[in-house]
Structures are given as C-alpha cells and as structure tokens.
Write a protein that binds this ligand. Structure first.
Ligand code: NAP
Length: 480
C-alpha cells in the first residue's frame, strides 16, 4: 500500500511529489493519464500559448530557472522546464504514465483509499492527493447546430496542428485569455480571421522582452538577484489584489487599460466596441500587446453580433447573415472543477463528492473536503487566483499537507479530515471577501457558477492565504 497517491503530473502534482521526496518520504507515486508530465502546459499548445505571469515568478520557489529566455514564458519553454524538474522523480520510477483515475473509494475499515484506474489497475493508498488542475475540461460554446459545421472545429486546448490554416477562413469564437494569444498568431497564416466577441475584456500591455544572456548569467550566479527580481514581481502583482478586492479602487487599472486601448486603436468606433462595461478585474484581466494590432489587420475582423446558430458554412448571425468559415476555433474556456465532479469519489459513509459538490464545490482551505478523510485537492474550490501566480498557492497547500500528515503520524493515527465547521468558516471568509470585490461586479466569468456564486477564487491576498495555511490548526481537523 502507498502512503500518498498523487493524481496528475502537472505543476501541482510535481510540486507535491518533490515536497514529499525532499521530506524523506519514499512511499508515494504520481499517476497521470498521459505519457508525459506537464498538465495544462502539455495540453495547451495552441499557437502563441504563453503564460500571463512572468517566468521568474511562475516557477516553484525550490526549483528556480535562472535561464528563462523571456519575461513571459512561452508554452514550449515551460513544458521543457517541467520535464527537467520532473526528471529525477521519473527516474526514481515513481511516476506512472497512462493511468487515468476513474474511481476512488475510502475504505473506512482499512483506513485507506482504493483507487481504480481506467486501465483496470487497482492501488491502495493511505492518502489521495488530486492535482488535476481546475481548468481541465474544455467548454464548447452552446450554439444551436454546432455539430452541423462542415469543416474542422476544435477547442484551444485540443489544437489540431494537422489542420493547415494557410489559405483558410477561420472563425475564432471567444475573446478570453487563450483567444487573444491565438488571434495574432493565426492572423499570419489564415487568409481571413473573424473574431466573434460576446463580451469585451479589459486588456493591459504585456511589455514582454527577451532576457539578455548576461542577465541570465547574473541570475545564475547571484541567486539574491534572481530572488529579488522574483520578489519584486510578486509584490507588484500582490498590490493589484487591492484593486480587485475593493471594488472602488480599480481606477489605476482602468486608466492603464484605457490608455492601452487608446494608444493601440485609433478608430473610436472600434475602441467603443472593445470597451468593457463592467469593472476591471471582474473577469480575468488580459495581458496582451499584440491582440489589438492584430484585430486591425486587413484580414481580421471583429464581429460582436451574437451567433444565433451554426450552419455547415459558418456562424449565422442574428440578422440572418452567415459568416463563411473553413475552420472553427473555440476559445471558449473551460468548465472549472468539472473533472473532479465527474470522477467517482466516495468518502466516509459512502458520500459522493459529485453529489456533495453539486450545489457548490467546497473544501476547507480549498483543499480538504469534509467527509473525505486523507483526501486533498490541490487548487481546489476557492483557492485559485485572479491576480498572481497560482504556484504560490500550490506551494502553500503542499507545505500544509506535508505538515498535516506529519502531525497525523505524530499522533499515530491513520486518518485526518477537516471538520464541517472549519469548512463553513473558510467559505464564510471567502464569501465575505467576494461580496466587496470587483469579481462581484455583475459580469459572468469562469470564477462563478450559474447562480453567480464564486466557486473558484480565493478572495484575499496570496500572503493572507499563506498565513492561513502556514500552521495546522488542530481544532479544524479530526484525527482518527
Ligand atoms: P475564458 O477566459 O473563459 O474565455 C472564454 C471566452 O469565450 C469568453 O470571451 C466568452 O465570452 C467566450 N464565449 C463562450 N461561449 C461563447 C459563445 N457561445 N459565443 C461567443 N463567445 C463565447 O477562457 P480562456 O481564454 O480559455 O481562459 C480561461 C482561463 O485559463 C483564463 O482566465 C486563465 O486563468 C487561464 N489561461 C491563462 C493563460 C495565460 O496565462 N496566458 C492563457 C490561457 C488561459 P463571455 O466573456 O461573454 O462569456
């Protein structure tokens, strides 16, 4: 029997395994459905895929990379970095690929989890750590007749590199974080790109730059310099959380985004169509300096009339006009936490996570659901961010889980579970932060469920989450 089973070999699964390894723990195993590490960075390889968080912050604090080539890392470089840091774990033989978890059941009499994989493999583990990533299940647009489209149609996270866009008319549906990276890239290949916008986004400049070799050498030589750079980025992003958590303080962000729009788009009509009518930060703020220029290329058009239906020839607008397309690209985002709800996870007294989470996914500290002993979800409900590096949250969670199980062992017991009271307390705190925040500003976003309840975000600063998770508050757990 394993002591820790980690499901998912993306950034969070790797961070967890590294922490266990570093703590001298050898009885762990990582399972991943694919044949490679990387998670979201393995799956999102669309043209232009890159991270919106600067590279030196978007790395684990104990696995730095002084050689990042740019301020904002691109997908191939992040994926290569992940492969590199996971290599010792893979070499140790404790990462198993091609294993997709389909079912997990807590066996109360034995005090362990029984895991069943799609391959038929069964494993037993004292603890189960789900590192599946919140944004995993692609959301196709809900448009009548979508399946009638005659050409290739695919989601940004399922990019079809076999579809040659040269000489083609491409319809891009959606204008979120993925689409604004895709449009400038494919505009260089396709003969026509029609971008279907439902809601404009607030966009701030990207100011990306290549990190010169001398600076990379300096980062490698003087770790204090790299750490200071990382720290400065962190504090800058952390400061933006004030603008998000206090609805009235978005002035500077709005001024920056408006200035960026004015500077890059000279046509006042187009500017108006690209100006959001909700508070900045309500939806995720996008970071791009190439999207607005791409929209103004002669072969690119912004279409902000709603799509009434899909036809074989392309999207049909409300006025009956069909916009001809050879290829459809869905930049329509994800169903957050959907994967977790679709897995069969049975906890104590046969409770089902899918049922418990049907109204609202919930877990103490966003990682330990009450009723599910020794189960932890990395970046679970209400522990994602809208303003800083999620890896900071992952590292807070990983350290907490390690400390929690140390305490469990010190007490010589087999299981630990968050109390219901602690879980409610956490949600109350998250909801209080949300009420006054810009996320509650009347827009729709993946942060919210259909009832407008925030199911995704932690509503404080990263530092306040670190404070909350730094010590194990014994009264919030039940040790058995
Ligand atoms: P997203 O931000 O959820 O955007 C989805 C887009 O699709 C929105 O513009 C949405 O419009 C539109 N849409 C959905 N259904 C539609 C329909 N029927 N007709 C027209 N438009 C429709 O998704 P995403 O861009 O994939 O990004 C999701 C998250 O992934 C980001 O917020 C971020 O956390 C992460 N991400 C990060 C990066 C990065 O670091 N660079 C890159 C990609 C993704 P509405 O706004 O009207 O709903």
């Amino acid at each position: 029997m394993l002591e820790f089973a980690i499901v998912g070999a993306g950034f969070s699964g790797i961070a967890m395994a590294r922490a266990l390894d570093k703590g001298g723990e050898s009885d762990w195993c990582v399972f991943d459905k694919a044949q490679e590490v990387g998670g979201t960075w393995r799956e999102n390889h669309y043209p232009g895929a890159a991270c919106d968080v600067p590279s030196h912050l978007y790395s684990l604090s104990n696995a730095p990379n002084p050689s990042w080539s740019r301020l904002f890392p691109r997908q191939p470089e992040i994926q290569a970095h992940l492969r590199r840091i996971a290599e010792p774990l893979i070499k140790s033989g404790r990462v198993q690929f091609g294993e997709e978890l389909s079912r997990a059941r807590w066996v109360e009499s034995e005090q362990h989890w029984l895991l069943e994989f799609a391959s038929g493999t069964q494993r037993r583990s004292r603890s189960l750590i789900l590192a599946l990533g919140g944004l995993h299940v692609p959301a196709a647009p809900s448009i009548d007749g979508l399946e009638t489209f005659a050409g290739p149609a695919f989601h940004s996270a399922q990019w079809r590199h076999d579809v040659d866009l040269r000489g083609k008319r491409v319809a891009v549906i959606g204008t979120g974080a993925s689409a604004v990276q895709i449009v400038p890239e494919i505009a260089q290949q396709a003969t026509r790109v029609n971008v279907f916008q439902r809601t404009p986004a607030w966009i701030i400049p990207r100011n990306d730059f290549a990190i010169r070799p001398w600076l990379r050498l300096a980062f490698a030589r003087w770790s204090w310099l790299r750490k200071s750079f990382r720290g400065a980025i962190f504090l800058l992003l952390e400061a933006t959380s004030t603008a998000l958590t206090h609805r009235r303080s978005g002035f500077w962000g709005r001024a920056l985004a408006r200035w960026h729009l004015r500077r890059q788009v000279s046509d006042p009509q187009l500017r108006k169509r690209l100006t959001p009518n909700y508070p900045i930060g309500c939806k995720r703020v996008l970071v791009s300096s190439s999207y607005y220029p791409a929209l103004q290329l002669p072969q690119v058009s912004l279409i902000d009339q709603p799509i009434a239906a899909m036809t074989a020839a392309g999207p049909k607008l409300a006025d009956g006009r069909v916009v001809p397309a050879d290829v459809l690209v869905y930049g329509t985002g994800f169903k957050p936490l959907d994967l977790l709800s679709s897995l069969q996870i049975s906890g104590r007294e046969d409770r089902q996570l899918a049922q418990d989470w049907a109204q609202r996914p919930q877990a103490y500290l966003g990682m330990s659901p009450h009723g599910y002993p020794n189960l932890h979800v990395l970046l679970g409900p209400n522990s994602a961010l809208g303003h800083n590096s999620v890896l900071y949250m992952v590292e807070s969670q990983v350290a907490h889980i390690v400390a929690l199980h140390k305490e469990r062992r010190r007490r010589a017991v087999n299981s630990v579970e968050a109390t219901e009271r602690a879980q409610h307390g956490y949600l109350r705190r998250v909801d209080a932060g949300f009420a006054a925040s810009t996320w509650n500003g009347g827009c729709k976003s993946w942060y919210l469920n259909d009832e407008g309840v925030n199911v995704a975000l932690w509503t404080g600063t990263c530092l306040s989450y670190r404070r909350l998770t730094r010590t194990v508050q014994i009264e919030n757990y039940r040790f058995v």
